[in-house]
Unconditional design. Structure first.
Lengths: 288, 334
């Protein structure tokens, strides 16, 4: 019975730990399949979590918090998307800047809005039901995105923009518009991961609460070979290790080693030891 | 030039707006920022301390960029370099003539090896160095964090850090009432040396060729894999040296909080400096003013210091728009 209880805890904890990763990784997949590298996933989690808590606090409604978090992340995504499509910027540099902007903006916003640094007061959150709904939505979204990318005309366009945007233009479709929409949508999805952290798993925003999950999500994108279901699998895998870390810490296994695992896995995948990994051909290349 | 000026004015306006939002007058905010950074010898000293801390990783980022590589991993290389320096310092005595060079070299080697990992992934396996360096940043924190909280933890303090470096092995201070050490002139000399390396040596030429026209460089017989590996290693060594300078000059021991993100701000500094080592010195000074004035601004004008991070992020996004990098990326990525 004890072993069963532990197993149950592990499974639940895996889903809890994986949910924000799933959202961020799905957002990353959508951006990169359209040809825009998004290393600002961490920043999108931050603004999603912060704006969610902020709106929930001032409106008293957790649902409005969800909307605000998604919109805020979409706004950050629009900055990346416009920079990438309209100005043909270097997406890596822009993404690095957006991460700093998000972290600095949220810390600043905490002081301005709540008059205290570090963390917000408690805000109306989604509660257990809401948390479960968000976890379920993450998984449904992964399947939906996989289907949409594979089976719909929109998905074909997004994938074509990531592989060969010139061909998309020849076919009479504006690749910049497709990319911009994909980046905004992908960022909004990543924002849900942030909302999950501040309004689902907890009921406040605190500095550093995203704890590098955006970068783990980036690892999940690669490990999942730029497909939604692959990213889902990788995020669940990394989530399971987070859950194990919780349990094993009591047995004296250093948590840093478990935390390092997703990043090590990504390095191994990058080096081609886990089979060929290939990013979309035009990933990160501005179309001019 | 005109665009740069307009951009700078826009950033100042946004910063002023943020100060208004925080309930402070922008005039009070900016004057606190500048008096905190330049208002006296101690303030100027602290600004130069921050300049130095930024200069090393910025030179590192600029060096890799020139060779066509994105080193987003200066932060991790700085941390590993600082760790190796702290470890070396903790176990060496106080004989400065031997210990100080040993500590600095240890930092450079540590950072260089950390950079080399990304270099190998790129050169040997064709993996993307951007993602590799991002992952290595976090791994650097986790690995050194584990080592100083467990196996290598100092016994004389409560928090996780290495043992204090003997006083005789600290970097000598060069300005009264300030933490400024000889790390500052060392960084300046390094900047001039790097400029000479790019302008006057065959190796520097090969690096630039690999960065600017990889296909032509390859046909001219330059081994792109070797240059990539060397560029990442040297870039990492420069950042690692910066970590050693922070550990031996300011903290006198290693802990994982040695950098408030110098390696990331360094990307902005290198871009503002147009990848030219001498302009990077000037850009480091400007960002050094922001870093050191931010705390005074927070204390006196009650503007949260995070405004600086926010504005730095905006500056990086704006700078990313330079065509120069966009075209370069397209050629190096394939």
């Amino acid at each position: 019975v004890n072993a069963l209880a532990t197993l149950e805890t592990l499974l639940v904890l895996t889903l809890v730990k994986a949910a924000p990763l799933v959202y961020a990784a799905l957002g990353g997949v959508l951006c990169e399949r359209s040809g825009v590298v998004n290393i600002a996933l961490e920043g999108m989690l931050v603004v999603g979590a912060f704006a969610g808590a902020l709106a929930a606090f001032f409106t008293g409604s957790a649902l409005l918090g969800v909307v605000a978090g998604v919109l805020a992340a979409a706004l950050l995504g629009a900055m990346l998307g416009i920079a990438a499509t309209r100005f043909g910027v270097d997406q890596i540099v822009a993404g690095t800047g957006l991460n700093l902007l998000a972290v600095g903006g949220a810390s600043f916003g905490l002081v301005v809005a709540f008059g205290q640094p570090g963390a917000s007061p408690e805000v109306p959150a989604l509660g257990q039901r809401g948390e479960i709904a968000l976890i379920a939505l993450a998984i449904v979204l992964a399947f939906a995105l996989e289907w949409a990318l594979r089976q719909t005309p929109w998905g074909l366009r997004v994938r074509a923009c990531g592989e060969n945007p010139a061909a998309v233009r020849s076919a009479g479709v504006d690749p910049q518009a497709v990319r911009l929409a994909a980046v905004i949508a992908g960022s909004a999805i990543a924002g849900l991961g942030g909302v999950y952290l501040s309004l689902g798993e907890l009921n406040l925003y605190s500095d550093g609460m995203t704890a590098g999950r955006g970068f783990i999500a980036l690892a999940a994108v690669i490990f999942g070979r730029w497909t939604p279901l692959g990213a889902l699998g990788a995020a669940l895998f990394f989530g399971a290790f987070s859950a194990l870390e919780f349990v094993l810490q009591r047995a004296g296994i250093p948590s840093e080693l478990m935390q390092a695992l997703p990043y090590l896995a990504a390095l191994v995948a990058l080096s081609g030891f886990a089979g060929r990994v290939r990013a979309p051909a035009a990933d990160g290349v501005p179309f001019v | 030039m005109k665009q740069t000026l307009l951009g700078a004015i826009a950033l100042v306006c946004i910063a002023a707006l943020a100060m208004l939002l925080a309930g402070a007058s922008p005039i009070a905010g900016f004057s606190a920022l500048f008096s905190g950074a330049l208002g006296g010898v101690p303030q100027l000293g602290e600004t130069l301390v921050q300049t130095t801390a930024l200069l090393f990783p910025s030179l590192a980022v600029g060096f890799a960029f020139r060779a066509g590589l994105f080193n987003i991993g200066a932060e991790g290389q700085l941390i590993v370099g600082g760790f190796c320096a702290g470890l070396t310092g903790a176990y060496l005595g106080g004989a400065g003539a031997i210990a100080i060079p040993a500590i600095l070299v240890a930092g450079a080697i540590g950072g260089g090896l950390w950079g080399a990992v990304a270099g190998v992934i790129r050169a040997r396996f064709g993996g993307n160095e951007v993602i590799a360096t991002l992952m290595l940043n976090i791994l650097a924190l986790l690995l050194t964090g584990y080592l100083v909280s467990g196996p290598l933890r100092a016994t004389d303090v409560a928090s996780a850090q290495t043992a204090t470096i003997a006083r005789g092995a600290w970097l000598p201070a060069i300005l009264p009432d300030s933490r400024l050490t000889i790390a500052f002139p060392i960084a300046l000399v390094l900047a001039f040396a790097l400029r000479a390396l790019f302008a006057q040596t065959v190796f520097g030429y090969e690096l630039r060729a690999a960065g600017e026209a990889p296909e032509a460089a390859r046909r001219a017989g330059i081994d792109l894999k070797t240059t990539a590996l060397l560029a990442m290693t040297i870039s990492g060594a420069i950042a690692g040296l910066g970590g050693a300078a922070i550990v031996d000059g300011l903290l006198h021991r290693f802990n994982t909080e040695l950098s408030p993100g110098y390696g990331f701000v360094a990307i902005a500094v290198a871009l503002v400096g147009n990848l030219d080592p001498l302009w990077i010195i000037a850009a480091s000074f400007v960002f050094g003013i922001l870093q050191s004035g931010a705390l005074t601004m927070q204390a006196i004008a009650h503007v949260p210091k995070d405004v600086v991070t926010f504005v730095e992020g905006l500056a990086i996004v704006a700078l990313a728009a330079r065509r120069y990098f966009a075209t370069r990326l397209a050629t190096t990525r394939t």
